[in-house]
Design a protein around this ligand. Structure first.
Ligand code: ATR
Length: 275
């Protein structure tokens, strides 16, 4: 199974480690290589890349949208999200998927399955690329409410405008989200705020959060973001960012191979590696 990752930059990516674990689980031979492509060479390099005949590859920043014109087919969810992080290559045909948001919901479901019963309300902080996939997957998971709060309010308006399900969804400012915070069972932080080296930064205050609510931060460096520390103090349940990374890889690998792999069993080793 010949796999890889394209992006810029890709050095230091944790994906090779994860995919090698999955290959080992299935006793499959193969490799997962990093392909760094400079933005001004994307068009020419992607044709060379096609000749490598990989079985599949992941796509990271800044190419999750730019890869789309090169695909032969696109899953419905990747089309709705407007971004691709996984490409399966079969007989020279490329099919695009997006496993980022579904990775998060799969990880949440494994840890906090009570969140997926009826009458649950979610809030997403941020309205960028990561938020988009997460929004789509929470709508699909059947949450009653999925609100979006963003520094630039217009972007939250734009994203909530894409909803065509029965889920209630409203855009809001960070101030409004703080006021309403005890309404939510799940809060997903999707901005880069709090990431190393700005570890003291926190996007909103959780003072009024409901006890037992789940706070998920997609930032995984540091392991304990300021937001998660406050959530823990307030007796909310915390969900660290590396789990989304691991589970999006699990779903990608399952698209590549058509076989199931176990992410839970390698979570402990993965955690040690990123800490
Ligand atoms: P990604 O693909 O990682 O989501 P992105 O598309 O650039 O990256 O989106 C970044 C998100 O982080 C946006 O929601 C952005 O808010 P704006 O839409 O207002 O720009 C948010 N963000 C980045 N830096 C921020 C900061 N210092 N305070 C609040 N929000 C911030």
């Amino acid at each position: 199974m010949e796999l890889g990752l394209i992006g810029y930059p890709v050095q230091g990516s944790l994906s090779p480690w994860i995919h090698h674990q999955f290959l080992d689980q299935l006793n499959m031979t193969g490799s997962y290589e990093l392909y760094e492509i400079a933005p001004d060479q994307f068009e020419e390099q992607i044709s060379d890349f096609k000749r490598k005949n990989l079985n599949g590859f992941n796509v990271t920043i800044p190419y999750k949208q730019r890869i789309i014109p090169y695909l032969d087919a696109l899953s419905d969810s990747a089309r709705a999200i407007g971004a691709v992080n996984t490409v399966v290559c079969h007989n020279g045909k490329w099919t695009g998927y997006n496993t980022d948001g579904f990775g998060l919901t799969a990880a949440l479901e494994e840890r906090f399955d009570d969140l997926f019963y009826k009458d649950k309300h979610a809030l997403i902080l941020g309205a960028g690329g990561a938020s988009r996939g997460i929004y789509y997957s929470l709508l699909q998971a059947g949450f009653n409410t999925v609100d979006i709060s963003n520094r630039t309010y217009e972007k939250a308006v734009e994203l909530t405008g894409l909803n065509n399900s029965d889920t209630i969804t409203s855009p809001m400012t960070f101030d409004e989200a703080e006021q309403k915070i005890n309404h939510y069972d799940l809060i997903v932080q999707t901005t880069s705020v709090g990431m190393t080296p700005n570890e003291k930064a926190q996007v909103i205050d959780l003072e009024k959060i409901k006890k037992g609510a789940v706070v998920s931060d997609i930032v995984y460096k540091p392991f304990w973001t300021q937001l998660l520390k406050q959530a823990y103090q307030k007796r909310a349940r915390v969900h660290h960012g590396h789990e989304m990374l691991l589970y999006q890889a699990k779903l990608a690998f399952e698209h590549f191979t058509g076989q199931s792999v176990d992410a839970k069993g390698i979570l402990g080793d993965f955690e040690k590696m990123i800490k």
